[in-house]
Design a protein around this ligand. Structure first.
Ligand SMILES: Nc1ncnc2c1ncn2[C@@H]1O[C@H](COP(=O)(O)OP(=O)(O)OP(=O)(O)O)[C@@H](O)[C@H]1O
Ligand SMILES: CCCC(=O)O
Length: 360
């Protein structure tokens, strides 16, 4: 009989900490703790939030009578460590060091590996991350930016994108590794990737100014105007960064990062809200079109996922623009907690090889 594993799963986001308990692939407990901007603003660096988040996780387990001793492993969303191929990684010292300094930038997910390791090492069990945000499987041509000073980087939502790719393939009685998909994660940040036979061969960098605008970010901008803003003397580097990532996109145009607010505005007759939302659908569709070229038109499906995929109006606009390319399927929300459990389960059941985060 197959062994039963119990996993503690931690997903630190910029505005929340999600916690789940899984027995094999079955979720037994889930909670999302939301963090207000005031609460988060107290901490200057991401890692300054470490003790605060650790305490919250331990308190939640205690309040719900979940004994730490029951766990077989602790699993977390992986952050901005050095670029790696996709898969399941055991947390090691080198990874911890890189996540702590944020070698590839700052993001709440950088806390995941450290939190999982802190809890697991006290229990003498292993800790893992799966498909971290920094998974880099770009093909050589996708790395060109147009200047040797800048190489295009892969920072996106591989965990949820792959989870959805696997579900779509399973529904078609196929293997994800045999399919060509364009997968769009439509959340606070938006990433749109070409998945070619199981590899993410091209994707917009959703964190640092590439691709469509999103609820909180500007996406790609004309560089001449950006340089003018940088030298205008009106903004510090931090202020400008916040304007582009965090306070860009829907926040800048409409004052909200919530798709549900935008829908309300449109239903109340706000024409500007409708135009801005449509413009976001237009930019998302253009990026999907670009990824269809990357796959040379050999596209088995276009998969739309993330929180915004709940929005029927937005999905309708995108479908109008892109359904000529391939069938569109919608997977609202995210499957990240399940994807973390399944990633480790595949390794423990011998279906996939564990990846090792290398020393520098
Ligand atoms: N029912 C809905 N209708 C419209 N928009 C929605 C709905 N539910 C969630 N959203 C929107 O989805 C977005 C958040 O999506 P999601 O939860 O996938 O992102 P996140 O986890 O906050 O960020 P990221 O995915 O970039 O890490 C927000 O703009 C939110 O308002
Ligand atoms: C770091 C990439 C994920 C995001 O866009 O938030």
């Amino acid at each position: 009989m197959a062994e039963t594993y119990k996993f503690l799963i931690i997903n630190p986001g910029s505005t929340s900490t999600k916690i789940s308990v899984f027995e094999n692939d079955q979720e037994q407990f889930h909670t999302t703790i939301n963090h207000s901007p005031e609460e988060i603003r107290k901490y200057h660096e991401i890692y300054d939030q470490f003790d605060f988040r650790l305490e919250l996780i331990l308190d939640v387990l205690k309040e719900n009578n979940i004994a730490l001793s029951e766990f077989s492993a602790v699993i977390a969303r992986g952050g901005n460590m050095r670029p790696v191929v996709g898969g399941t990684y055991e947390v090691n010292d080198e990874m911890l060091k890189d996540l702590k300094i944020g070698v590839m930038g700052s993001h709440a997910s950088n806390l995941g590996g450290g939190l999982a390791h802190a809890i697991a090492s006290d229990l003498n069990i292993k800790s893992y991350v799966v498909d971290p945000v920094i998974v880099d499987e770009l093909e050589p041509l996708a790395r060109f930016s147009g200047t040797p000073l800048i190489s295009r980087k892969s920072k996106d939502h591989p965990l949820n994108q792959r989870a959805v790719g696997r579900i779509a393939a399973q529904q078609a009685n196929k293997k994800y590794e045999d399919m060509n998909y364009i997968i769009a994660h439509l959340g606070g940040g938006i990433s749109i990737a070409a998945h070619k036979k199981g590899k993410i061969v091209d994707v917009n960098n959703s964190l640092n100014g590439d691709g469509p605008f999103s609820p909180e970010r500007t996406g790609g901008l004309p560089f001449g105007s950006v340089i003018d803003l940088c030298y205008s003397g009106e903004y510090t580097k931090d202020e400008l960064m916040k304007k582009l990532v965090g306070h860009g996109g829907l926040v800048a145009y409409l004052g909200t990062n919530d798709g549900r607010d935008v829908t309300r505005m449109i239903e109340e007759g706000n024409k500007e809200a409708e135009t801005v939302y449509h413009a976001m659908a237009y930019q998302i569709s253009k990026e999907i079109g670009a990824m269809a070229s990357v796959l040379k038109g050999q596209v088995d499906g276009i998969l739309l996922t993330g929180g915004l995929a709940y929005d029927k109006r937005l999905m309708g606009w995108i479908e109008e623009y892109v359904s000529f390319i391939a069938p569109v399927q919608i997977f609202p929300g995210e499957k990240e907690m399940e994807a973390l459990a399944l990633g480790v389960l595949r390794v423990l059941n011998g279906k996939e090889t564990i990846q090792v985060y290398p020393n520098k």
